[in-house]
Design a protein around this ligand. Structure first.
Ligand code: F6R
Length: 595
């Protein structure tokens, strides 16, 4: 999740400190490289590199940069490795234009070929550079700047926003398509950014851009145009009154709630990234030819591994062994060799249990790959090849968006292993959005009704089994109640004896597993228990459940992922209802670097 910021001022001045501060305020989105450019008359000063904001600022003395227009960008690598040349902003062929983007241009590889064939100078592999060349292409054909951006929009596929400027001009230009973009209007300056936290220290008067809008920024005013027909858009600015903390939470009461609502967008981003990543082919090839495949993680990440093993088997006929990391060493290590592949899954990339397993696996000659959210973490540095989760920072201790993106990544890999191209998952983000809006109200109401219980069960079957385990973990983690996750058919083999009148048992019901689930539901309800069923609409479920929580119609494997969303919401509302802070549950840490 990159971040961009641009500013236009009424006179040439020291822009470096403003750009560094804006970059610092975008760091929460996650990044591996930092860059800044200032424009002064016919000169562009561009400085950028891999590293933290303060490191790059010190190394390149960003503070001394001056000009009347400036751009800064934090890059989170998707196209092209983290490197100085791939860091943003980027110049056009002649060095007259400079721009930076946020998001993913999914046809980047094809566009680079076209630009080179047209004689343009392409310096990096980064898709932000494609935004600059796509604009350059039409400026060179004589279009004015806004028209050139409109034309470029027709060439650039994907979700992105970019900001761009040229020498000997008094403006910056930016476009929003899928990624966030906000404009700030102040005394003697205007600015534009991916997000509010970098704007609010400068001004509280803002304009929120919508998809398909281009903004032209002068120091004293801004103008909006529609990409569709070029027409002028009138919009009154608004004044932001919330505190910075409230703004960082995006208007949500907690980071956890915000992060749950980010799930559809980050799913889009990881799907785009996977579709364009050359590493994916390497990983798939090795998995397809491996003797044994191990999916290794802890806690929530282990639940994603469990889901991955279901998808690999059901979709691609590949038996992959899901393992809790320490058990990999104690159980499987004597059995592994160099013909095996391990995929190590971790949000933080720093979990000691996972890193210890990785070290042991590498010593046995196994090929080790990573799936991690934090770029630059030990896991990403220690594996031969790794795939990013593209979630940005997850601040709340309970993992939510990183879990769903781990599962989305496994669904994608499984589809590719099965010979598909992953396009079947394109509707998934939209289905996640529908699930959030369909289940938010019912789960809040249900939380209030069952919050008196300190014992619960969360059951699933087949592809929903990992989701039931994950739902149970979320409940335990932030409500401090005991919630056991279990295969639904195992419930009758013992725990059924706990059921009394009103005892809550949650069922995540996959469309293909209804007959097995229905038996389990009835074993609970006929003893007076409350069977709360999450699933697609089905008369057999409706007739037997005490409560029916509907999720959208979808392919059964995809809908198994959707089932975890209402469970996350239930845990959140029960936690808040108990007066706890779900973002920072007692006794827990986001990164577990101990045995
Ligand atoms: C639960 C949770 C933990 C982590 C586990 C592994 O919400 O966050 O169970 O999943 O500590 O952490 P990572 O994924 O960073 O290796």
């Amino acid at each position: 999740m990159c971040g961009i910021f641009g500013i236009v001022t009424d006179q040439s001045q020291a822009l470096g400190p403003i750009l560094i501060e804006a970059a610092r305020r975008l760091t929460y989105r996650g990044y591996d490289s930092v860059g800044a450019a200032t424009i002064s008359g016919s000169k562009i000063d561009l400085r950028k590199d891999v590293g933290r904001v303060d490191e790059v600022a010190a190394k390149y003395n960003l503070a001394e940069m001056t000009g009347s227009r400036g751009i800064t960008q934090l890059r989170w690598a998707t196209f092209g490795e983290p490197s100085q040349v791939n860091a943003q902003p980027h110049l056009d062929s002649d060095g007259d234009l400079v721009g930076a983007h946020n998001g993913n241009v999914v046809n980047n590889v094809e566009l680079r070929q076209q630009f080179m064939a047209e004689g343009m100078t392409v310096r990096s592999h980064n898709d932000g550079e494609s935004c600059v060349h796509a604009t350059e292409r039409y400026i060179n054909q004589g279009y004015d700047f806004v028209e050139a951006i409109r034309k470029a929009h027709g060439d650039l596929q994907g979700d992105y926003a970019y900001v761009i400027g040229r020498i000997d001009d008094d403006r910056l230009y930016a476009i929003k398509k899928g990624s966030g973009l906000v404009v700030g209007i102040g005394e003697g300056f205007t600015c534009v950014s991916s997000d509010l936290p970098s704007i609010l220290p400068l001004t509280r008067t803002i304009l929120r851009l919508q998809d398909g809008e281009i903004v032209t920024l002068w120091a004293g005013r801004v103008e909006l145009h529609s990409v569709k027909d070029g027409s002028l858009i009138q919009r009154e600015p608004e004044v932001v009154t919330e505190t910075m903390e409230a703004v960082q939470k995006g208007g949500y009461a907690h980071f956890m709630l915000k992060e749950m609502h980010e799930q559809p967008q980050v799913a889009r981003e990881v799907l785009h990234m996977l579709a364009g990543s050359p590493e994916v082919g390497v990983v798939l090839d090795k998995i397809a030819r491996a003797r044994h495949v191990y999916l290794i993680g802890c806690g929530t990440s282990y639940h994603a591994c469990l889901a991955g093993s279901v998808y690999f088997a059901q979709m691609a006929g590949i038996a992959a062994i899901p393992v809790v990391a320490p058990q990999f060493v104690s159980q499987y290590l004597p059995a592994v060799n160099e013909q095996d592949v391990g995929l190590f899954v971790s949000q933080s990339g720093e979990t000691k249990d996972v890193l210890s397993a990785l070290q042991a696996a590498e010593a046995s000659g196994m090929t080790c790959y990573g799936l991690a959210n934090v770029i630059g973490s030990t896991l990403t540095r220690a594996t031969a090849c790794w795939l990013p989760l593209c979630c940005g920072y997850e601040i709340s201790v309970p993992a939510t968006k990183t879990f769903t993106n781990q599962v989305v990544a496994f669904l994608y890999l499984a589809q590719r292993l099965a010979g598909g191209d992953g396009k079947q998952l394109e509707e998934l983000p939209e289905l996640m959005e529908q699930t959030l809006s369909l289940t938010a109200g019912p789960m809040q109401a249900l939380a209030a009704e069952i919050n008196g219980w300190n014992d619960l069960y969360s059951l699933g079957f087949g592809a929903t089994y990992p989701m039931a385990l994950e739902g149970a973990l979320k409940l335990k983690e932030i409500t401090y109640a005991h919630c056991e996750g279990m295969l639904s058919t195992e419930f009758k083999h013992g725990p059924l004896s706990a059921v009394t009148k009103g005892f809550p048992v949650l069922f995540a019901a996959g469309a293909q597993d209804v007959p097995q689930i229905v038996s389990g539901i009835n074993e609970v309800t006929c003893r007076g228990g409350r069977a709360i069923v999450i699933g697609q609409d089905d008369p057999r479920l409706r007739a037997n459940a005490s409560d029916m929580i509907l999720i959208p119609e979808a392919d059964p494997l995809v809908s198994s992922l959707l089932a975890v969303i209402p469970l996350q919401l239930l845990a959140y509302h029960m936690s808040v209802g108990r007066g706890y802070d779900p973002d920072f549950p007692r006794n827990l840490s986001k990164t577990l670097t101990v045995d």
